[in-house]
Design a protein around this ligand. Structure first.
Ligand SMILES: [Zn+2]
Length: 282
């Protein structure tokens, strides 16, 4: 299967009442485990290259990695650029083969955010690629403060930019190590009543499983970005692999032990927000 766009996977999610996981990739091991998990569940997955990942690995390498995984997968895989801060960065990702870009203009005043995001969406669409924008500010745990999305602004933002998906700030927070976010359900309801595109929640690790499941089934939230939760599973598995045999030095051998825990956690994330299968009648 060739890589899918964000619109390809979020359209059916919006009409079908489920969500797709946008998973933060840091390297080959986690990317491969995410796609394995998606294939086991028979559901799509969004591989995300965020700023941390891009500082470590060139975009060309990440694109080749995502394409290789997507082309051999039996489920839709999206190659998504997360938190781009310039149009140049979006163009570069599209040239490399990414099928989705997120332009983050959330820190700009509304007019400027609209102007830049609309340009990013136009650049993306003319290449057959999807675009995600952000309105309101999703802060960082212990860092940047959040600013909740104002429904009227969200309506104007979605209408004027032509984006395919909209990230909103409703109590979600980046980099949370425990599910401690209090989600403003009323605000989501107010936004979805004036906007008809899929909504995205960054900071998915901070939202407990039941709430993620509920939002996926009952609201227009169709994508949860999840990084910290999976990075913690990876780190823990790596630490225990190192401890198990202090003489071991081959990194492929060591890293192999991260695969199963990352894959299994990913499977349960993807399954819990995916379409809820009806239980078999007795
Ligand atoms: Zn984010």
């Amino acid at each position: 299967m060739t890589l899918a766009t964000l619109a390809d996977v979020l359209g059916p999610a919006l009409s079908g009442g489920y969500a797709v996981a946008g998973l933060v990739v840091l390297g080959w091991e986690d990317a491969r485990a995410y796609v394995d998990a998606a294939e086991s569940e028979g559901l799509p997955v969004i591989l995300q290259a965020g700023p941390g990942c891009r500082r470590h690995t060139p975009l060309e390498v990440l694109a080749a990695m995502f394409k290789t995984l997507g082309n051999s997968a039996g489920v839709p895989v999206v190659a998504h650029l997360d938190h781009a801060t310039s149009i140049k960065e979006c163009r570069h990702a599209i040239d490399c083969g990414f099928t989705s870009v997120m332009f983050d203009g959330s820190h700009f005043p509304l007019e400027q955010n609209i102007e830049l995001t609309a340009e990013a969406a136009q650049v993306a669409h003319s290449a057959g690629v999807s675009c995600e924008g952000e309105i309101g500010i999703v802060g960082h745990s212990g860092g940047k403060t959040s600013s909740s999305t104002v429904p009227d602004e969200a309506e104007q933002f979605a209408r004027s930019t032509g984006i395919d998906a909209m990230a909103i700030s409703v109590g979600n927070l980046h980099l949370q190590r425990a599910p401690s976010a209090t989600i403003e359900l009323d605000r989501i309801r107010a936004v979805e009543s004036v906007v008809n595109i899929p909504l995205v929640l960054h900071g998915g690790s901070g939202i407990d499983t039941k709430m993620r499941q509920r939002l996926a089934a009952e609201t227009a939230v169709c994508k949860f970005n999840i990084g910290t939760e999976l990075r913690m599973v990876f780190g823990k598995a790596l630490r225990s692999a190192m401890k198990k045999d202090p003489n071991r030095f081959d990194r492929v051998e060591i890293l192999k032990e991260t695969e199963e825990p990352v894959r299994e956690t990913t499977r349960s994330i993807i399954r819990s927000i995916g379409p809820q299968r009806l239980s078999q009648p007795n």
